[in-house]
Ligand binder design. Structure first.
Ligand code: NDP
Length: 330
């Protein structure tokens, strides 16, 4: 084990925050029961907020960033895990209240670890990351709702060219749903069609203020954007349909009325990945293992060194990142 290793640390700088690379030792890490050697982490929208300082994600400083990690158990004081076990961690407060994945090593609570699905390498698991696993939670939530079925009408995916959106399109298309992608980047239409989208709607059209009840169009949807986009999606959902909402890339507000809910029985399903119980995680990862085309996963992924993280954080907040970014922490 190397004596020191590099980690990305978010710390106080007067009233604001400072982000720097520091050399740490394993003795600097939190006193949790499982020591993991990390191979890859990822860049999610929340990582962009944390590293750029555009959102107060780190609630305890100093904080090692990175909400995802994949690696190998090196030491364990828990009977649940043994050295050599391949694991992933998504969420559980990493980069918020707990040190995260932008580090070569991390100590973690045993209950945060999920066994790396046999279907994926650590790199592929991080190509999916929190964004992809959340997309799977959204599709699970829609299917649990039980009133959408492949071949019946259109399903909407907003923030389509982003991480959640790209994986949601792939998963829905694999099950035979007809997917309409809402994107602000027309140049990504070929890319999104390659993932399985068969229709497009512009980000601007869906974000413009609309009436409380509009022409019924979507049998279901996955929304990563929030604000007027989610309000319109709900107002355009067919009687008895449902939208699974997980994101706020367009804003945390929801300027909507109750009318779609009380006049058309439309359901808004909230999806939180951070504290999702282990059985929901395993189910979502099983869906990804079963339905996510590896060629498509490769097409949406790029690997970047950790030294590029600050520029990448600005890019994802500006809405300029397509698909998924894996961070090589070594
Ligand atoms: P990305 O940045 O990869 O994707 C977000 C996409 O939203 C962009 O690619 C863009 O898509 C669209 N977008 C960006 N800015 C705006 C804007 N101002 N108005 C409308 N659309 C915009 O992020 P992720 O996919 O990683 O995350 C998406 C959202 O989901 C984030 O808000 C994130 O915090 C949230 N999230 C929530 C989780 C949970 O547990 N609830 C877990 C994971 C993510 P396009 O260019 O196609 O228009």
């Amino acid at each position: 084990m190397s004596a020191t290793f590099r980690a990305l640390v978010i710390d106080k700088d007067g009233d604001s925050q400072n982000v720097s690379f520091r050399e740490l030792q394993t003795s600097d890490l939190p006193d949790h029961d499982v020591l993991v050697e990390i191979e890859y982490s990822t860049l999610n929208y929340k990582d962009g907020l944390a590293v750029s300082g555009k959102g107060r994600i780190a609630r305890r400083l100093p904080m090692v960033g990175g909400i995802d990690l994949a690696g190998t158990v090196v030491e364990s004081r828990s009977e649940a895990w043994n050295p050599g076990d391949k694991i992933i961690v998504n969420g559980w407060g990493l980069s918020e209240t707990e040190w995260g994945g932008y580090s070569r090593f991390q100590r973690l609570k045993p209950e945060w670890l999920t066994r790396l699905p046999a279907a994926f390498t650590p790199l592929q698991a991080m190509a999916i990351g929190t964004a992809g696993y959340t997309a799977a939670l959204c599709v699970d939530a829609l299917e649990d709702w039980g009133r959408i079925a492949p071949g019946e009408g259109e399903v909407l995916v907003t923030g389509a060219a982003g991480g959640v959106g790209s994986v949601a399109i792939s998963l829905l298309a694999a099950k035979g749903y007809v997917v309409t992608a809402a994107t602000g980047r027309p140049e990504t239409h070929d890319y999104l069609a390659g993932l399985g989208a068969s229709g497009f709607i512009s980000r601007e059209e869906l974000a413009a203020k609309g009436g409380p009840l509009q022409k019924e169009r979507w049998t279901g949807g996955v929304d990563a954007v929030g604000s007027t986009t989610l309000a319109n999606a709900l107002a355009q959902t067919v009687r008895g349909g449902a939208i699974a909402a997980c994101g706020l890339a367009g804003g945390a507000d929801l300027p909507a009325t109750v009318l779609p809910h009380i006049l058309r029985s439309v359901t808004l399903i909230g999806v939180d990945s951070v504290m999702a119980p282990q059985e929901q995680r395993e189910r979502a990862w099983a869906r990804l293992a079963r339905d996510l085309d590896r060629t498509k996963l490769e097409a949406i992924t790029r690997v970047e060194p950790m030294s590029n993280i600050k520029a990448l954080a600005d890019d994802i907040i500006a809405g300029n990142v397509r698909g998924r970014v894996v961070i090589d922490v070594n």
